[in-house]
Design a protein around this ligand. Structure first.
Ligand SMILES: [Fe+2]
Ligand SMILES: [Fe+2]
Length: 370
């Protein structure tokens, strides 16, 4: 069993100073290497459909492929400033009193620029996360011992290539700048990839990172007034819901065989991932680029009740899926306690993603609107 410090590098999960001290000091590097420590596993058992739920998912995936170049309407013009204003008008929250703070002198120009930087940052991090998914899923093709899972994972590799591609194209053609990978996100992706156990790739990527992505994409899909981004997210989410289901269905079977001590290791990994993802959403690089003191900005804006509710919402898929996998209550409810401390346990009875993907499937009208 590890201490909080051993798991996440600090004893207090909310230690803002320690969170902000982790930065990406390697922003000009073009490549990043991680040792993946895993054996490639052949199976000689080719019986297709031995795991019917995975087989069904695989058959669905084969028919749900789309083409980012031709199915999305790239002719839509994106005026970022207008998008910021329209989104603010559509989703206005209570005004903050910023008298006496680093934002006191800000006028409309600065707030619009913040909105633009936030878009650039958010879409950049989505793109980097998608590349993490591409690499993790290619690893699962190699490491998972079941043929139905290898088949399904191979379709997910194609899905993730498409996701990296469309986010990169959107950033390049429609937005106005890139951000390097956030250090908290990169630490998490590195930890997932470095683990030698095949199920840890699933837990880190399919359950935690993709569970969070599904919630975050859903939130953004709802909030954005920009039609191309809305359409892009709709398409990506139809795939992501399958990916999370792949994690739930595979781990449900595998975890049934694990000992309490082994489950505790999975709980710790899930907790570490949850903290890393929460930390990355403080968007520290944006405040830095806007030239305001990062700690003050984060304390003022990111710790408001609305923002905290948004951050909690990001866990609305993860918590019920962890419950379905038995991770909340194994080892005397260790993860339940941790998720309670993080303020996200309230989602435990929300719908899990074992079969929710059916409701995310693209309809004919989604495709016609392309
Ligand atoms: Fe993806
Ligand atoms: Fe995915």
């Amino acid at each position: 069993m590890s201490s909080t410090e051993e798991m996440i590098g600090r004893s207090d999960v909310n230690d803002l100073e320690a969170i902000l001290a982790i930065t990406n000091s390697d922003v000009d590097a073009l490549v990043h290497q991680v040792q993946n420590h895993a054996d490639a596993i052949f199976t000689w058992d080719y019986e297709k459909g031995a795991r019917p739920a995975l087989n069904k998912l695989y058959e669905k995936a084969k028919n749900a492929q789309w083409n980012g170049e031709t199915d999305l309407d790239w002719s839509i013009d994106v005026d970022q400033e207008q998008v910021v204003l329209a989104n603010a008008a559509a989703n206005a929250g209570p005004a903050l009193d910023l008298t006496g703070t680093c934002f006191e002198s800000w006028g409309e120009k600065e707030w619009i620029q913040l909105g633009i930087e936030s878009q650039n940052w958010t879409l950049s991090q989505f793109m980097h996360g998608e590349q993490g998914a591409l690499i993790c899923t290619a690893k699962i093709v190699e490491t998972v011992p079941w043929i139905d899972a290898k088949y399904y994972a191979s379709t997910q590799v194609m899905d993730e290539a498409r996701h990296v591609e469309v986010f990169a194209k959107y950033l390049q053609d429609k937005l106005s700048g890139h951000y390097p990978v956030n250090a908290h996100l990169r630490m998490l992706l590195d930890d997932i990839i470095a683990d030698s156990r095949w199920d840890m790739t699933y837990l880190g990527m399919q359950i935690m990172v993709e569970g969070l992505a599904l919630a975050a994409f859903g939130f953004m899909h709802q909030m954005t007034t920009e039609p191309l981004l809305k359409q892009l997210l709709r398409y990506v989410m139809s795939d992501e819901a399958r990916h999370v289901a792949f994690g739930v269905l595979s781990l449900k079977e595998y975890y049934a065989e694990l000992s309490a001590a082994e489950l505790r290791e999975r709980q710790e990994f899930a907790f570490e991932a949850a903290v890393r993802m929460r930390d990355r959403f403080l968007q520290q690089e944006v405040w830095d680029r806007m030239g305001v003191p990062v700690k003050e900005a984060v304390s003022l804006v990111m710790l408001t009740p609305e923002q905290q509710m948004f951050q909690a919402m990001l866990f609305s898929k993860i918590v019920p899926n962890c419950k379905k996998l038995g991770l909340l209550d194994a080892a005397d409810g260790w993860l339940r306690t941790k998720f309670t401390e993080l303020g996200v346990i309230g989602f435990e009875d929300w719908v899990d993603t074992g079969s929710e993907y059916e409701s995310f499937a693209l309809t004919e009208s989604d495709q016609r609107s392309a």
